[in-house]
Ligand binder design. Structure first.
Ligand code: SAM
Length: 289
């Protein structure tokens, strides 16, 4: 008998992965964590039944969340990752010798410990000497910093459960305050296709536009997320992701990447018309704050 992991994308549509073994399951004070092994995607884990990371396609997500901002400001020295408990974002950041300090504020220590056990491919660099782990709510953590980080990456779950606070205007304002005058904010920006994700995409963009001078959205292909089409937000006080793209400087670093390259960098900001229109119309409504 085959066991299947299923994630519903709408009431009438779901995605299934055949599971070889259910490796672990636990309920923490924050969420339910499950680890599975599969033929097609290798080891993967879910939070409250939602897909987070698979061995097979994690490189697409982690390349795009890190190398896009790093190719705009290769002089980044101080970075804060909010969420990101699987460690994949930190792993990519540690490849930059110029980065001096990487703080990670992850609410649930169990995600980190289990990823260190089952997903060393993403968690393997969390012991880099430049990395400091803070097992705290990112919403509170960011309030304590002013004018400090060059880059903040919100590597969050969806805006439900513990992740809800990471999608508010107040939180984005606190991130703005924690960034220095050239600071960049990257956020997990949901997806335009299924209604439930598209609503959150529009809301996040409307809120970020209230706070940041430069506010853009870029796309990437993510086979295990709903529709396979996913977005990150690029918000900044100073840098424009295309006009300030340091193509040659980044290429001189000689980093080998499987998804990101300098052409993808530029192309990822060219959004389909229906997505562009949804984002252009995004406007804040009082009850969203
Ligand atoms: N790549 C994944 C995705 O988009 O589905 C997300 C990566 S990571 C596993 C998300 C992490 O955010 C989780 O480990 C979760 O515990 C953490 N998280 C959720 N809410 C948080 C909060 N308020 N503060 C800090 N971390 C939070």
């Amino acid at each position: 008998m085959t066991i299947w992991f299923s994630e519903f994308y709408s009431d009438t549509c779901k995605f299934d992965i055949a599971v070889k073994r259910h490796l672990h399951s636990e309920q923490t004070p924050f969420q339910r964590i499950d680890f599975f092994d599969s033929e097609e995607f290798g080891i993967f884990f879910t939070l409250d039944g939602y897909m987070m990371v698979t061995e097979r396609d994690e490189f697409m997500y982690h390349d795009m969340i890190v190398h896009v901002p790093m190719a705009v400001n290769p002089d980044v020295k101080k970075v804060l990752v909010i969420g990101g408990g699987d460690g994949g974002t930190v792993r990519e950041l540690t490849r930059y010798p110029g980065i001096e300090e990487i703080h990670m504020a992850e609410i649930d220590e169990r995600v980190v410990r289990l990823c260190q056990q089952y997903l060393p491919v993403t968690a393997g660099k969390l012991d880099d000497p430049r990395v400091r782990l803070f097992f705290e709510d990112g919403v509170q953590f960011v309030k304590q910093r002013t004018d400090y980080y060059d880059l903040i990456i919100i590597d969050s779950t969806d805006p439900i459960g513990p992740g809800a606070g990471l999608f508010t205007v107040d939180f984005y304002r606190d991130c703005y305050k924690a960034l220095n005058s050239k600071g960049i904010l990257i956020n997990q920006h949901e997806s335009p296709f299924y209604e439930i994700d598209a609503v959150q995409m529009v809301k996040a963009h409307a809120k970020l536009k209230e706070v940041f001078e430069i506010c853009m959205v870029y796309q990437f292909h993510m086979p295990t997320y709903a529709s396979g089409h996913w977005l990150f937000g690029f918000s900044s006080k100073h840098f424009h992701p295309i006009k300030d793209h340091k193509r040659e400087e980044w290429e001189r670093l000689g980093l080998k990447t499987r998804y990101y390259n300098s052409d993808i960098h530029v192309g990822s900001f060219a959004l389909p018309t229906y997505v562009r229109e949804m984002l252009e119309q995004a406007a804040i409504e009082p009850e969203w704050k």
